[in-house]
Design a protein around this ligand. Sequence first.
Ligand SMILES: C[S@@+](CC[C@H](N)C(=O)[O-])C[C@H]1O[C@@H](n2cnc3c(N)ncnc32)[C@H](O)[C@@H]1O
Length: 309
Amino acid sequence: MKKSISVIAIGVTASVGMIYWTWRKSQQMIAVSPNISTEQSQRILERAAPLLRLPTSPEQPPEVLADNAGLRCPVTGRVYPYHDGVLHLLDEVQPKTVTQRTLDTPFTAWVYDRFRETLTRALNSPDFAVEVAEAQRKLQVQSGDVLLDLACGQGNFTVEWAKCAGAEGLVIGLDYSLAMLARATHHINRWGLENVLLIHGDANALPFSDAALHKVNCSGGFHQFPDLPRALSEIARVSAPGAAFATSTFAEGADDPRTDLKHWFKRAFALHFVPLVELGEQLTALGYVDYTWSLPGGGWFGYASACKK
Ligand SMILES: C[S@@+](CC[C@H](N)C(=O)[O-])C[C@H]1O[C@@H](n2cnc3c(N)ncnc32)[C@H](O)[C@@H]1O
């Protein structure tokens, strides 16, 4: 009897401790460090506004409100607010898939941010530094570039592109998860990067004018998109002629020996394994050339790139 009471007491104490630790972590996670001034954020909004299109006025650029308040639709007068380092452009959030929900809490976003490298190693995928170097080989991000980091998540690639694009450049990180964007804000502030705009948005309806962007990167996003063909046509629409595109995603190669298992993951968890041969055909149909793909070690994670004609 005494033994079971002790076991229960230890269990309760450990659970309370875990809950407290998780709560403390999530509080730290959403704290935004104040390294970027209000004037700098306002400058970024003004710099980005001509390229942006609001859901309620797809034909005209938005008006920029004073004091970092956000953007106003020139047609309806509706305000799209900017707060906590994020421009909020989602009109309505569609029901999220299982995989989208997984990264949509402060705690899971922190875990992903903290342990991404461990996860990629477990999957036998290259280290982050190698991934960045490989993507940079394809994108050639340089000073002055206007780049979209689609599904930017915790902003790991966004930070790297912002360093390459320099003060003249503009890097836009767009994601569907506010929890992941809070992580991205934290990192952008930590690095003091003044050329980044973070947007709460959806890959299915990119808030940019046609041909607005020089480069698009999408790392780790495609396998979560419920409607990849629609996202691809949006990427093509907003990319300028000559715009480079690079992606990494859970993927399926030609004659992939793991096809059955990969299809099961899609049915069970809405985790898509993007068929890389088909992806090339889709991109070609959308006006891309020079398509390349690889699935290192015949594994789980693949890489692809192309260039808009
Ligand atoms: C695995 S994380 C990748 C984060 C980061 N790019 C990386 O490589 O580590 C996938 C991200 O895709 C985002 N995502 C999923 N569906 C999306 C959509 N429809 N539009 C924009 N982002 C989306 C998720 O919120 C999540 O942050």
